[in-house]
Design a protein around this ligand. Structure first.
Ligand SMILES: Nc1nc2c(ncn2[C@@H]2O[C@H](COP(=O)(O)OP(=O)(O)OP(=O)(O)O)[C@@H](O)[C@H]2O)c(=O)[nH]1
Ligand SMILES: [Mg+2]
Length: 332
């Protein structure tokens, strides 16, 4: 594993690929590998791309990656639960799009399945992202299909979140999913070549005007009540998400979109929000890790028969869960 880590961070793609697989499968030694990589991470700009199925997220991610390559930035792409595999190309269009990036050593594409894995998106995607970060990728693009929880989780992980809409997928305000303004740093109307792009833009703009921008907190960790974080910035410095219309199929306005992403990054750095987001995420990760390790230590010291005994007492209502916990914790 040590050798694998060493080779992976030196740019050996096969080793990186193997390392990612072992982390995804939670194989022996993968936690140690993550620990070893940890000091090297923390430099990448993580960009989340989310939105309803078929709005053109993969096409857009592909274009943004190409644009960053022009700017001599290295790019890692993570597709979470892709409905059409990113590499492998179930759809002809996908294969053609990916051809432009395949063979470029400055790009690494990885699909991950969050379903079935413990902890879902938050654990495996965050870990894979941190491996790319440690391996020195400048930009990490994470595509997720917007489906409630995964959208919010991706916003918690990313520095910059793009929400992708398309005309005809709901032109009126009611149809556009509530909550997207909570997470969108940039609103993209893709398929701007289609009829109705202006209507969609109007609907989004109306929503933005009705909404009062507020500071974003994605993970309210319990630890945040204990640890004092720097104060929120005054309201004037709050970010109002720009709306950018693109045509991913031919690349129209992708340069402008990429500029916006960079403006957002600069905004986060200038206002101190970058550090604030990092602190929030660190507290969240620390809290999760404390809970896991305490729980594992605690539960491994309990006889299953004792646990069953307690469960039966709770079922018979002779013991409350609260009292049961105290008894289990204070056992000799
Ligand atoms: N007309 C038009 N079609 C587009 C545009 N962008 C993407 N498409 C097409 O829309 C379809 C879906 O594109 P994808 O990039 O796979 O969309 P996606 O959001 O990643 O889809 P899922 O991952 O399945 O949710 C493909 O046939 C694309 O060629 C665009 O700007 N204009
Ligand atoms: Mg896709």
């Amino acid at each position: 594993m040590d050798l694998l880590v060493e080779k992976a961070i030196k740019g050996d793609r096969l080793s990186l690929s193997r390392l990612l697989s072992s982390i995804e499968n939670n194989s022996a030694g993968s936690q140690q590998a993550l620990d070893a990589l940890f000091p090297l991470a923390g430099n990448a700009h993580i960009i989340g791309v989310t939105g309803s199925p078929g709005t053109g997220k993969s096409s857009l991610v592909n274009r943004i990656a190409l644009e960053y390559r022009k700017r001599r930035q290295t790019v890692a792409i993570i597709a979470v639960d892709p409905s059409s595999p990113f590499s492998g190309g179930a759809i002809l269009g996908d294969r053609i799009r990916m051809k432009e990036l395949s063979g470029d050593t400055g790009v690494f594409i990885r699909s991950v399945a969050s379903r079935g894995s413990l902890g879902g998106l938050s654990i495996s995607t965050a870990q894979i992202s941190s491996v790319f970060d440690a391996a020195g990728y400048d930009k990490i693009l994470i595509e997720t299909v917007g489906a409630g929880q995964s959208e919010v989780e991706i916003a918690g992980l990313a520095h910059t979140t793009l929400v992708v809409e398309a005309p005809g997928m709901g032109d009126d305000i009611q149809a556009i999913k509530a909550g997207i303004l909570e997470i969108a740093d940039i609103l993209v109307i893709n398929k701007a070549d289609r009829e109705g792009a202006d209507q969609t833009e109007l609907a989004l703009r109306t929503m933005l005007e009705l909404d009062h921008p507020k500071p974003k907190i994605f993970h309210h960790a319990l630890l945040m009540d204990v640890v004092p974080l720097p104060d929120q910035q005054p309201d004037e410095s709050l970010w109002i998400p720009p709306i950018v219309k693109t045509i991913a199929t031919n690349g129209t306005n992708v340069e402008e979109l990429t500029n916006r992403i960079e403006i957002h990054r600069q905004y986060l750095l200038n206002t101190g929000f970058w550090a604030r987001r990092d602190s929030e995420r660190i507290l969240h990760e620390l809290e999760t890790s404390i809970k896991q390790q305490l729980f594992q230590g605690f539960i491994s010291g309990i006889e299953p028969s004792d646990l069953l005994d307690v469960v039966q007492k709770i079922q018979q209502r002779t013991l409350s869960p609260h009292n049961a916990t105290q008894i289990l914790i204070n056992r000799p």
